[in-house]
Design a protein around this ligand. Structure first.
Ligand SMILES: NC(=O)c1ccc[n+]([C@@H]2O[C@H](COP(=O)([O-])OP(=O)(O)OC[C@H]3O[C@@H](n4cnc5c(N)ncnc54)[C@H](O)[C@@H]3O)[C@@H](O)[C@H]2O)c1
Length: 296
């Protein structure tokens, strides 16, 4: 990819915003797309306020903020992807949503050799690739949250992914400063195959009353040397996303060890989705900062 090439990001949620920011900081031109242009614009504005905070802390200079934002456009229509060389889909973790996006992107994207990647946490890339007319150009590009701070990208090869697609994706991820691991296409790949049973089990210990959320998190941080406890991490990921992933693992493997705990289902049903909704296992202010001593 060169500077002139266009990077499309579908979904202006927490992951899409992070991917758009890092791609623009790496010098790509970016178009950020959501179901409505207003949502994409809101996402773009949130990237800008995040960069402004970094300027305030002296981590980047004002010229870098302006240059990064000048490379990001927002859109509400797939037609904006016509000239894209690269697409990363980062919409809701739902098979039907993703299949429809890939059908539409396949029609909209006109450049030969363009890569169509998904940031899915668990869904089969082979299934996603199969709804396009160019399955060899589809791949999984799984970023971690928060994208600007987390080094890892997990590349997932669909059965149909070509070597050229794999190499182009590897080059783009490396240009974005990421460290890569490669997984075959199986539910949850490497990262979420390990993470989801851990988060589920933390929920079971909480719903069985073994300990408080704070104590279970402290056990994770100080006993397992994890940087965040399981509930802090689940609240960051989004409890709806954790539940979607657990449901994919449970359904696809048909193994009850992946069953989502009822506390997780209930929190999602209540709209307690974690940081992004202001309440999950803990409570948060409007900027996503945790409120002291306020576990749900
Ligand atoms: N949250 C995490 O920690 C994390 C980490 C790695 C990967 N992921 C994956 O990234 C993806 C997005 O997760 P998120 O946490 O950013 O979710 P989110 O809920 O913050 O954002 C999802 C966005 O997708 C948009 N969207 C939904 N349907 C759409 C459509 N048809 N077209 C365009 N946009 C659409 C929504 O409006 C929303 O802005 C999921 O596949 C998730 O599994 C999430």
């Amino acid at each position: 990819m060169t500077d002139e090439q266009l990077f499309g990001v579908v979904g202006a949620g927490q992951m899409g915003r992070g991917i758009a920011q890092v791609a623009a900081q790496a010098g790509f031109r970016v178009v950020l797309l959501d179901t409505k242009v207003e949502l994409a614009e809101k996402g773009r504005a949130r990237i800008d306020s995040g960069l402004a905070r970094l300027v305030g802390k002296g981590k980047i200079d004002e010229a870098a903020r302006v240059a990064t934002m000048a490379r990001i456009a927002s859109a509400g229509d797939f037609a904006a992807l016509a000239g894209a060389d690269f697409l990363v889909e980062a919409a809701t973790e739902n098979l039907e949503v993703k299949l429809e996006i890939f059908r539409q992107a396949d029609v909209a994207m006109k450049k030969p050799g363009a890569v169509l990647a998904s940031n899915t946490s668990s869904i089969s890339l082979t299934k996603i690739a199969a709804v396009t007319a160019r399955p060899e150009q589809v791949i999984g590009m799984h970023f971690m949250n928060p994208v600007p701070r987390m080094q890892l990208v997990e590349l997932v090869r669909a059965l149909q992914t070509s070597d050229a697609t794999f190499e182009a994706t590897r080059a783009a991820a490396e240009r974005m400063g990421k460290v890569l691991v490669v997984s075959k296409d199986a539910p949850g790949f490497l990262v979420n195959r390990m993470l989801i049973p851990f988060l589920n089990e933390a929920c079971f210990t909480l719903q069985e009353g073994l300990g408080t959320a704070e104590d279970i998190d402290t056990a994770g941080r100080l006993g397992l040397n994890h940087p965040m406890g399981p509930f802090e991490l689940a609240d960051l990921i989004g409890l709806d996303t954790v539940l979607f992933i657990a449901e994919v693992l449970h359904r696809e493997f048909g193994d009850d060890k992946y069953r989502p705990p009822s506390i997780l289902r209930n929190y999602v049903a209540a709209g307690w989705l974690g940081r992004k909704s202001g309440r999950g296992f803990y409570r948060y202010d409007e900027r996503g900062r945790r409120l002291e001593g306020a576990a749900a």
